[in-house]
Design a protein around this ligand. Structure first.
Ligand code: ATP
Length: 272
C-alpha cells in the first residue's frame, strides 16, 4: 500500500473581509518529498502554510497533516512538525539560548541543553547563543529560526522563505543543511520561496500559486519542458504575466500583469 501523504489539502478556502487569500486549492505532498510553493506577493503562500500548521482557520475545505485533521487534531501532530518564517519574531530580549530553550520545552524535546548545543554547532551559532535575539542581524536571526525549526527533529518542515536576508554564501550553506537533514531523516519539506535557484536545487515538485489559486503543479523538469524555458525564473514570469493562458489578453490585464511581475522581481523589498 502506498504511504499516506504527509499533507493533504482539499478544496481549501480562506476569505478575509478584504478578499479571498486562498481560493479552493487541493494538493497532496508525498512523504519524504521537497515541494516548493511559488507565487508572487499576495498569492496566498503564507496563508496556505498557516492553515496547514493549524494556525489560521480555513473558511472551508480540509487539511490533513501526518494523518491528523487540522486544526482540530493538531495536538496529535504538532510535536512532529515545525515551522520557520522570517516574519515570526522570537521574544527579542531573551538570548538565543533562552529562546531555543522555551521552544524546546514547548515541543517536548528531551535533553534540551544538549540539543541546543548540537544545533548551535551545526548551524554555527555558538558565538551567538548568549546574545539577545533582538541584537542579531537579519541573517543571524534567519539561522536562529532554522535552529528553532530543527529543535524537535521534525518529520514535516514548513519553511517560509528559509534563506530570506541571507548572503549568497550563507544561503547556500543553509540549503546544504536542509538537504543533509532531509537525507538523514527522510523528512518532508514544504517550502515557500521567491528564490528560483533555491527551488530548482531543493524541490522535486513545484506548486505555482497566483491570486489564491494553483496555476500549475509539476516537477521542475516537466514545468521547464511545458513552458519551453531553461529556468524556473522564466516559467515564474510566464505564469505571473499570464503567458500560460492561451490567446491575446485585454490591454488592462496586460498592464496589471506587468506591474505584478515588476513587484515580483523585487519581492523582498516589496514584502517588508
Ligand atoms: N490576516 C489577514 N487579514 C486580511 N487579509 C490578509 C491577512 N493575511 C493575508 N491577507 C491577504 O491575503 C492575501 C494572501 O496573502 P499571503 O500572505 O498568504 O501571500 P504570500 O503569497 O505569502 O505573499 P508574500 O510573497 O508577499 O509573502 C494577500 O492579499 C493578503 O493581503
Amino acid at each position: 500500500m502506498p504511504e499516506a501523504p504527509a499533507i493533504a489539502v482539499d478544496r481549501l478556502v480562506k476569505r478575509y473581509k478584504t478578499g479571498t487569500a486562498v481560493d479552493g486549492i487541493s494538493f497532496a505532498v508525498a512523504a519524504g518529498s521537497v515541494t516548493g510553493l511559488l507565487g508572487g506577493n499576495g498569492a496566498g503562500k503564507t496563508t496556505t502554510i498557516a492553515m496547514i500548521m493549524g494556525l489560521v482557520m480555513p473558511t472551508s475545505g480540509t487539511v490533513r497533516v501526518l494523518g491528523a485533521a487540522m486544526p482540530d487534531e493538531r495536538y496529535r501532530v504538532l510535536h512532529r512538525m515545525n515551522f520557520q518564517s522570517p516574519y515570526v519574531e522570537m521574544p527579542l530580549r531573551l538570548t538565543v539560548r533562552q529562546n531555543l530553550a522555551v521552544f524546546a520545552q514547548l515541543y517536548g524535546v528531551d535533553d534540551v541543553a544538549r540539543r541546543i548545543g548540537r544545533l548551535a554547532e551545526d548551524l554555527d551559532l555558538v558565538d551567538l547563543l548568549d546574545r539577545p535575539t533582538g541584537k542579531l542581524s537579519a541573517g543571524q536571526k534567519t539561522r536562529v529560526a532554522l535552529a528553532k525549526a530543527l529543535l524537535n527533529r521534525p518529520a514535516l518542515m514548513l519553511l517560509d522563505e528559509p534563506t530570506a536576508s541571507l548572503d549568497p554564501d550563507t544561503a547556500d550553506w543553509v540549503r546544504t543543511r536542509l538537504e543533509d537533514y532531509r537525507r538523514a531523516t527522510g523528512a518532508t519539506i514544504l517550502l515557500a520561496s521567491h528564490n528560483m535557484a533555491e527551488v530548482e536545487r531543493l524541490c522535486d515538485r513545484v506548486i505555482m500559486m497566483k491570486r489564491g489559486r494553483i496555476e500549475d503543479d509539476d516537477t521542475p523538469a516537466a514545468l521547464l519542458a511545458r513552458y519551453g524555458r531553461d529556468t524556473l525564473e522564466e516559467v515564474f514570469l510566464d505564469v505571473a504575466r499570464g503567458r500560460a493562458e492561451a490567446g491575446p489578453r485585454p490591454a488592462e490585464e496586460t498592464r496589471q500583469a506587468e506591474s505584478d511581475a515588476r513587484t515580483e522581481s523585487a519581492p523582498h523589498e516589496a514584502a517588508r
